[in-house]
Structures are given as C-alpha cells and as structure tokens.
Ligand binder design. Sequence first.
Ligand SMILES: CCCCCCCCCCCCCC(=O)SCCNC(=O)CCNC(=O)[C@H](O)C(C)(C)COP(=O)(O)OP(=O)(O)OC[C@H]1O[C@@H](n2cnc3c(N)ncnc32)[C@H](O)[C@@H]1OP(=O)(O)O
Length: 194
Amino acid sequence: MSGRTTALTPPADAVKPERHPDAPAPGEIIGTHYDRCFGCGDGAPHGLHLVTRAGEGVRVTAEFTVQEAHQGAPGLAHGGVLASALDETLGTLNWLLRVIAVTGRLETDFVRPVPVGTVLHLEAEAVAVADRKIYSTATGRIGGPDGPVAVRADALFIEVKVDHFMDNGRPAEIDAALADPDQLKVARAFEVNP
Ligand SMILES: CCCCCCCCCCCCCC(=O)SCCNC(=O)CCNC(=O)[C@H](O)C(C)(C)COP(=O)(O)OP(=O)(O)OC[C@H]1O[C@@H](n2cnc3c(N)ncnc32)[C@H](O)[C@@H]1OP(=O)(O)O
C-alpha cells in the first residue's frame, strides 16, 4: 500500500514548472554541484557517482550502479542508498529551473529488491511550483530504462539562498568551497540567473 501524503500534494495555486532558458540542452550531462557530494561527486569514494542528463521539459534521467559498499542485506542495496539515488536525481531537476533548493520531504516506495551490480535507471520530473516549493516525482527501474520499477519517490524541495550553506555548513568545507573556482562558478550560475 502506498500513496503520497497531503504534504506532497501541490496547492491549488501551484503552477507548471518552467525550464530556464539557460538550462543544459536535452541529452547533456549535468555536472556535479559539489565534488564531495555523496550523490554525484567524483571526490566521494563510497558515493553513488550518479551521472545525470537533462531531458525534455523539466525532466532528467540518471544511472547509478549499486556497489558492494552500498549493501544493506547480503548482496542487496540498502534502502537509504536507494532513497539517496532518488533524492539526488530529484535534486538535479532544480538545475533545469536554475534554482537552489534543498529537500524538505522525500517519500519513497521500495517495490523490488535491487541486487549489487544492478544499474538503476532513474527518471525524474518537476510537476508543480508554488512560491518557494517545488514538487517532483521519480522512478528507478532495473533491467534497462524500460524495465520494471524497483523504487519510486515523491518529493518537496524548498528554494533557499546560497546563505543557507554558508550559515549552516561546517566552516572548513565552506572555506574550501569558497576557495575553489569551479565551486564558485556553480554558486554564481544560480545567483546570476535566479
Ligand atoms: C559555499 C558555496 C556553496 C554553493 C552550493 C551551490 C549549490 C548547492 C546545491 C546543493 C543541493 C544540496 C541538497 C541537499 O543536500 S538537501 C539536504 C537535506 N535537506 C536539508 O538539509 C533541509 C533542512 N531543512 C531546512 O533547512 C529548512 O527546514 C528548509 C530550508 C527546508 C525550510 O525552512 P525555511 O525557514 O526556509 O522555510 P519554511 O519553514 O517557512 O518553509 C517554507 C515552505 O515550505 C514548507 N515546508 C518546509 N518543510 C516542509 C516539509 N518537510 N514538508 C512539507 N512542507 C514543508 C512550509 O510549510 C512552507 O510552506 P508555506 O507555509 O509557505 O506554504
């Protein structure tokens, strides 16, 4: 039995999300937002190393191969890792909107077990925006992009300013990020094109 809670039902005044004119073109790989991000960073040794591509409209696709470090039960992916893969894919939609946002709520259905070595084919779409709230949905399929759904999620992201990270992040990592020109480029891309 599954079904989203009322917190994930867009309000009556919600509007259709609009792809930003400077968003990456359909098919283009969307780069990492932070090298040490568990979801997409190359500098996170046990991370998911998710590779995400822009789709049409406000949609993305991503692939993630379940590694030994991602097990929960013998030979099977941990549920929290699968939720992370969904969260990361959903979060990447905000690149297409050119909005900085954090996950406020994530509801996940685990439909099928996912063995180690499996490629999870993820797809996500932003479905509604209401003020700072972005409503989105995602699925993860196994056995190919058209295979059976193994996991799915509905999410609510909340738009924030860059200050959210400056004010709350550990100073050592914030200082390192501010000293990294590539990281600053990411932050500016959002701020210049809000
Ligand atoms: C140094 C340079 C860095 C550069 C980095 C650049 C890119 C980085 C990209 C990184 C990506 C990394 C991504 C990650 O790693 S996301 C990591 C996981 N997420 C978080 O850590 C978020 C933690 N939470 C918060 O910080 C605050 O609670 C936020 C900011 C989310 C809201 O607190 P804020 O005080 O701001 O706002 P508000 O409380 O007035 O709420 C506003 C509206 O939202 C509604 N609402 C809120 N929560 C929920 C909920 N759970 N269910 C349902 N609804 C919820 C609320 O009712 C209200 O609605 P309404 O009354 O208006 O209708």
